[in-house]
Every structure is written in structure tokens, then in C-alpha cells.
Design a protein around this ligand. Structure first.
Ligand code: ZN
Length: 442
């Protein structure tokens, strides 16, 4: 068991601190080349890795590999991203988001949980393993992209060009966290997404609202169009939407049934009853969703303004599951709105990604889960076929044909993407132990 005062851990935290200090916010195109160069240097220096930085697009892609002295026929591919979410709102941070703050129990800073801390802990585990065994256990590859937080815009182009390099037996996905029950969570997938925008227009300018006696309004049109998309229980009304949905396998359903149910009502202080056509875990893992991200129209200032707005817009997203194709869903959506008489509503495609999920049945994953149980405790490990969130797993699986599992250093209050993003030092140390022991099982 590693300890905080061990020099390898002190070095590890210093590296994390240097990494966090690079404000690599992809939404602002900040420090992309500098962060890729930092990683190249770190991987060369710490592991003696062979590193290539591909800069075909603005955010460079970092690819690295290390090989053991003996021949190994096992290859692990570690995927991470070096970009982070914007730090705003800065006033809600209790410390500088880009200066790693260490308290007695925590490490605080933008990216520590998603996923700079995950990457450095994996690197440290590899160093630790080599220190103890004098060599690496198998072939290890790293793929670190810089645009994950902006929907991995160029990852498919990069992967299409360099997929020969990515041959692997198992992909370790970027990050993960313990759940509300303090169980180490291992996940085998994530949902896809389709983000789109609806715009309704009704006049060249806002009208005196006395004209509402005769003039229809953009805002009502938008509300009616939105209302046509979802039933009150959450069912999506677009014909064909569920047609390609892959039903969960028996094993996938078993995994979900074994996972404890999170108390979301308490955790998020929910004011409305849960949408519950199936169980909470079943919905979170297997159900596609529709969400309104925001609506804007008309007067929202203080007091009243009797005006009929000329325009109304809404941004929405579907979370998709295997095998839903965002392009196909978008066509079905536009067709449905037209068929419902909303031919005046403009529909814009913003971004799309496909989902990926599997049942975790693989000998390497069996070893990963068994190792996790020895480190975290038999009843402190839970595995799920998919998370409820989104990431480019589908793309990576398509290009590597390797199964993917996700796990990491976070916990249920890590607050990735939020102010005061943090991880607990104990989780960080435990993950390093877990990952170096897993390497030993390869
Ligand atoms: Zn992430």
C-alpha cells in the first residue's frame, strides 16, 4: 500500500500540480500545444515511452507506447483527454482553479477528477510496477486527446488516420468514480448524444401584445413543438426513435440489477417525482432520453413588458443508446416536426455521437474486477454495462475492436465540470495500488 509521504507519491502529486496549472480549456482553445508537449515530456521522462504528437488539427493528439523487455502478446490501451471544462463561475471556487490545492484529505483543482488525476495515477502505477518488477508487464499504449470536452470534434479523423497504432486487447477509459455507497464503479460503456436547436419566428420585430388577438407568437409555436416531442412519462414521441435500440442482454440486466439504487431525490433535492417507466438503474443505463437544455424568448427583465416576441429558441439533446445513429434520429425528428405541422420551425443539428455498451465478459476484465475486490473490498466493487453519460467510446471501439472499461480516482462528490472539482487523497492512493496490482495480474 503506497503512502502519501512516499517519494513516488510526492512526485506524482507534483506532476498533477504541474498538469493542473496548464489551463487546457478546449472550449477556449487554451494551452493545447503546450499541454501536449508537457505530456510528451512527462511520458518520456517518467516511463521512457516512445511518444508521437500528431498535430493535424488545432488540438494535438498524443500517442505513446512502452514495451517490456520480454515479448508480450497483451496490449493495454489507456485513453485519457488533456482538455478540461471552463473554470467559470470562478467566484464559486474556494481556491484558484488552476493551482492544485492540497488539504488534509483532498486535492482540488480543475481537471483532478476529469481526468488529469486519473492519467497521473495510472502513470504513477506504471512507474511503481516497474520500480518493483524492473520491467513493464505488457505492451502499454496511451492515447490522449485534447477535445473530449467539446465532443471530440476531430477524434474520428485522427483515429481513421492512425488506427493501425491502436491495436489493443483492452482499453482503459479515461476516468471513473466511487458511487454514493462508496463502491468502486467499473463501467463498460456510455450513451451517445444528439444535440440540436429549434428556432421559431413569427414577425420581423417584437409586436405590441394587443396584436396577440390575431397574431400567433413564436414563443407559443416553440412551446407547442417542444410539447409534441415527449410524453409526460419521458417517452419520446418521434416515430422510429426506438426502432434501432438494442435491448439489454440478460447479463447486462443482471449487472444492473446487482447495482445499488442511488437516492437521486435526496442527493439532488429533486422537486418532481422521478420518471420511472423502469427501475432507476435500468433507466440510467439503458434508456435514451430527451432533455431541454435551455429556452429563450421575449421579456425576462424586471417588471412587465406587454410584448409578443418575434423569436423563440430552444436547445435540446437526446442521449442515445446502441444502435441509434444521431444522423438518422435527426432525420426522423425533422420529419416528425413537419408532419405535426411545424414546418415553420427551423431545426439545426449541433453535434452527435453514437453510444457503446457491453456486458464486461472478458478474461482481462475478470482480472481487473478481481483485483479491485482485493483492494477495495468484496462488496465495494460494482460493475455496470454503461454509464448514463456520454463520451467517444463508440469511436474508439470501432477503430480498435477492443473492449473498453472505465474506472478512476473520483468519488460521488468530486464535482467534475463544477467549481471546487476535487478528489480524495485516499482514493488517489488506493487507485495507484489497485492499478499496479492489476498490472501484476497481466
Ligand atoms: Zn472526461
Amino acid at each position: 500500500m503506497v503512502k502519501l509521504q512516499d517519494s513516488i507519491i510526492q512526485n506524482s502529486i507534483q506532476q498533477l500540480s504541474d498538469y493542473v496549472a496548464l489551463p487546457s480549456v478546449s472550449a477556449k482553445h487554451q494551452k493545447q500545444a503546450a499541454t501536449a508537449a508537457f505530456l510528451k515530456n512527462l511520458l518520456e521522462e517518467q516511463l521512457g515511452a516512445q511518444v508521437q504528437v500528431f498535430d493535424d488539427y488545432q488540438a494535438p493528439l498524443v500517442f505513446a507506447q512502452v514495451q517490456p523487455q520480454h515479448l508480450s502478446d497483451t496490449t493495454l490501451l489507456i485513453y485519457n483527454h488533456y482538455d478540461v471544462q471552463p473554470e467559470e463561475p470562478v467566484e464559486l471556487w474556494e481556491s484558484d482553479p488552476f493551482e492544485l490545492k492540497q488539504s488534509a484529505e483532498s486535492l482540488i483543482g480543475r481537471g483532478v477528477a476529469d481526468c488529469k488525476g486519473d492519467f497521473i495515477s495510472r502513470l504513477t502505477a506504471l512507474k511503481l510496477y516497474r520500480q518493483e518488477h524492473g520491467d513493464f508487464p505488457c505492451n502499454i499504449k496511451f492515447l490522449i486527446e485534447g477535445e473530449e470536452e467539446v465532443a471530440s470534434e476531430h477524434l474520428s479523423d485522427y483515429l481513421a488516420k492512425y488506427n493501425d497504432l491502436l491495436v489493443a486487447d483492452l482499453v482503459i477509459w479515461e476516468s471513473g468514480s466511487k458511487n454514493d455507497h462508496e463502491q468502486f464503479q467499473i463501467e463498460g460503456g456510455n450513451k451517445g448524444v444528439l444535440c440540436f436547436k429549434l428556432t421559431a419566428k413569427s414577425a420581423a420585430s417584437d409586436l405590441h401584445s394587443s396584436l396577440a388577438a390575431v397574431a400567433d407568437s413564436a414563443t407559443w409555436r416553440l412551446v407547442q413543438a417542444l410539447n409534441s416531442l415527449r410524453a409526460t412519462d419521458g417517452t419520446i414521441q418521434v416515430p422510429g426513435f426506438y426502432e434501432e435500440v438494442v435491448a439489454p442482454s440478460e447479463i447486462e440486466e443482471q449487472l444492473v440489477a446487482q447495482a445499488p439504487t442511488p437516492d437521486l431525490t435526496k442527493k439532488w433535492d429533486l422537486q418532481l417525482p422521478l420518471l420511472k417507466n423502469k427501475s432507476v438503474n435500468n433507466n440510467l443505463t439503458f434508456a435514451p432520453t430527451i432533455n431541454i437544455e435551455g429556452i429563450s424568448s421575449g421579456w425576462e427583465g424586471s417588471g412587465v413588458k406587454t410584448v409578443t416576441p418575434k423569436q423563440a429558441t430552444a436547445k435540446l439533446e437526446f442521449r442515445l443508446v446502441p444502435n441509434q445513429d444521431p444522423q438518422v434520429i435527426f432525420k426522423q425528428l425533422t420529419q416528425y416536426l413537419q408532419d405535426q405541422g411545424f414546418t415553420d420551425i427551423q431545426v439545426d443539428y449541433l453535434l452527435g455521437e453514437r453510444g457503446y455498451r457491453w456486458d464486461l465478459q472478458n478474461p482481462l476484465v475478470d482480472r481487473l474486477i478481481a483485483t479491485a475486490k482485493t483492494v477495495y473490498g468484496d462488496d465495494k466493487v460494482v460493475s455496470l454495462p454503461s454509464s448514463a453519460g456520454t463520451g467517444p467510446m463508440y469511436l474508439l471501439n470501432k477503430n480498435t475492436h477492443a473492449p473498453i472499461v472505465s474506472c478512476g480516482v473520483g468519488y460521488s462528490h468530486s464535482g467534475p465540470h463544477a467549481p471546487n472539482e476535487n478528489i480524495r487523497i485516499n482514493d488517489y492512493l488506493q487507485f495507484i495500488d489497485f492499478f499496479s496490482q492489476f498490472l501484476d495480474k497481466l
